[in-house]
Design a protein around this ligand. Structure first.
Ligand code: NAI
Length: 334
């Protein structure tokens, strides 16, 4: 069997080769998208990460592909319909780092509410120990609004309870048992926006969650609230963030994910793409405005990135491939 792994960092190679001694294994640091297709393409199994984009334009390049497995929980970079039509089974890694992402979200929350980034920067860059403008707020007693109470959202709620916060949550599929055991309330989406001092997003990105937070409902947000997004950039309308911050509706924003995230990482590539859409260009400009704002923290899609989590991702991916080869595929996306 010919198996290809893309977007590797390097440390994974030994583990991968040890697990597939009988197979032809192709290892690459490159991502795959319609503008970046590998010259070698006769793989039956392909593994990617989140910066690759697999759609109807890319799939014909891999005529032999039968199985695609992403080393991530999010799978919005894969066109599942197009894969289905081509007879490609798609698997993912559910729940490799529920605590990992939730812990990172709290890192961002504390950085925003206690101005930790500004404080460190002041000492390191200026050697100044002045406390001017560094006063923050406590988390204890504040209300956190958790959007999406799946694996990561649940971990975030447990951490919030540890901080002594009041927890409100919104999820179209509430988990009543979890709610009873931990002690929090599910509320309507708009009520969450109105009541939360801190809003943290943990739902998947799909057509229903596209711009879930937008120019209209940003007006409902409690003045001064903080917004944290470690889910996917497209869940929040970037223009609404800029508006919300300028109008002081939002007290601060921290994002591990951005709309047009791939383009921001590689702006030169964006220019060579041909005819970028106006909306994409606008979002990139807004992203640059956000990066300049002192009450906005942006991290480079790093929430998953703990030693324990990446080892779990790789182990699950190897297992996904082994079970597919054994005719017992697991973690399939339907
Ligand atoms: P999950 O599938 O366990 O939970 C998602 C929850 O969101 C479910 O309870 C679902 O009912 C809920 N949901 C669906 N539509 C919703 C809506 N319109 N409003 C509110 N809630 C809604 O997923 P998990 O493992 O908790 O991951 C959540 C997301 O986090 C992933 O889809 C991925 O995009 C993102 N993620 C980001 C990472 C990073 O490094 N920044 C790493 C891992 C995941």
């Amino acid at each position: 069997m010919k198996i290809a792994f893309f977007e590797l960092e390097g440390w994974e190679e030994e583990f991968i080769l040890k697990n597939f001694p009988e197979d032809q294994v192709f290892l690459s640091k490159e991502k795959i998208n319609e503008f970046n297709l590998p010259p070698e393409n006769d793989f039956e199994i392909v593994s990617i990460f989140v910066d690759s984009e697999i759609n109807a334009k890319v799939l014909p390049h891999f005529p032999k592909m039968k199985f695609l497995t992403t080393r991530s929980t999010g799978y919005d970079h894969i066109d599942l319909n197009a894969c289905r039509k081509k007879g490609v089974a798609v698997a993912y890694v559910p729940g490799y780092g529920d605590n990992t992402v939730a812990e990172f979200a709290f890192g961002l929350i504390l950085s925003l509410t206690r101005k930790i980034y500004q404080a460190v920067d002041r000492v390191k860059e200026n050697g100044s120990f002045s406390l001017k403008d560094l006063r923050g707020i406590d988390l204890k007693g504040k209300t956190i609004g958790v959007i999406g109470t799946g694996r990561i959202g649940k971990e975030a709620i447990k951490i919030a309870k540890g901080f002594g916060m009041n927890v409100l949550a919104y999820d179209p599929t509430p988990d009543k048992k979890f709610k009873e055991s931990v002690g929090f309330d599910y509320v309507a989406f708009n009520d969450l926006l109105k009541s939360a001092d801190i809003i943290t997003i943990h739902c998947p990105y799909n057509e229903k969650t596209y711009h879930l937070v937008n120019k209209e409902n940003i007006e409902l947000v409690k003045p001064g609230a903080f917004l944290i997004n470690t889910a996917r950039g497209e869940i929040v309308e970037t223009e609404a963030l800029v508006y919300g911050l300028r109008m002081k509706i939002l007290g601060g924003v921290a994002m591990d994910v951005l709309e047009e995230e791939g383009e921001i990482k590689d702006e030169l590539n964006f220019l060579t793409k041909g005819h970028p859409k106006e909306a994409e260009l606008k979002n990139m400009l807004y992203n640059h405005i956000l990066m300049e704002m002192s009450n906005v923290l942006i991290t480079p899609h790093n929430a998953f990135n703990s030693q324990e989590a990446i080892q779990r991702i790789l182990s699950t991916t190897v297992e996904n491939i082994k079970l597919f080869l054994a005719g017992k595929p697991t973690n399939l996306l339907k």
